[in-house]
Design a binder for this molecule. Structure first.
Ligand code: FES
Length: 100
């Protein structure tokens, strides 16, 4: 495994309290965005994050952010995200006689 697994295609917003956290860099954790030791046996290690201010943080789930561990919107460039947004747009389109 040389590339991280994309654990999601949008950010994970969480109200955080000050403390030290381990962000999952491999994308395999079942407790995203945090490490659950699923990286063991891979070349990945969790990223230690020290939160000093209690507030909402947007954690990166696609593992492609340039501001890891936080989201920078990179997931919006992923083909899976684009396809998902297109699917939602199709479902949300009003039904017209000509569309059926
Ligand atoms: S489970 Fe992904 S870095 Fe630990």
């Amino acid at each position: 495994m040389t590339e991280p697994h994309q654990a999601g295609f949008k950010s994970i917003p969480i109200e955080m309290q000050p403390g030290t956290y381990q962000w999952c860099a491999c994308g395999l954790s079942k407790n995203q965005p945090f490490c659950d030791d699923s990286h063991i046996g891979t070349s990945f290690e969790p990223v230690e994050v020290v939160i000093t201010e209690a507030r909402k943080y947007s954690w990166c789930a696609c593992k492609g952010s340039s501001k890891k561990p936080f989201c920078d919107g990179s997931h919006k460039q992923l083909p899976e995200f684009v396809a998902y947004m297109e699917m939602i747009a199709v479902q949300a389109a009003p039904i017209q006689a000509g569309n059926i």
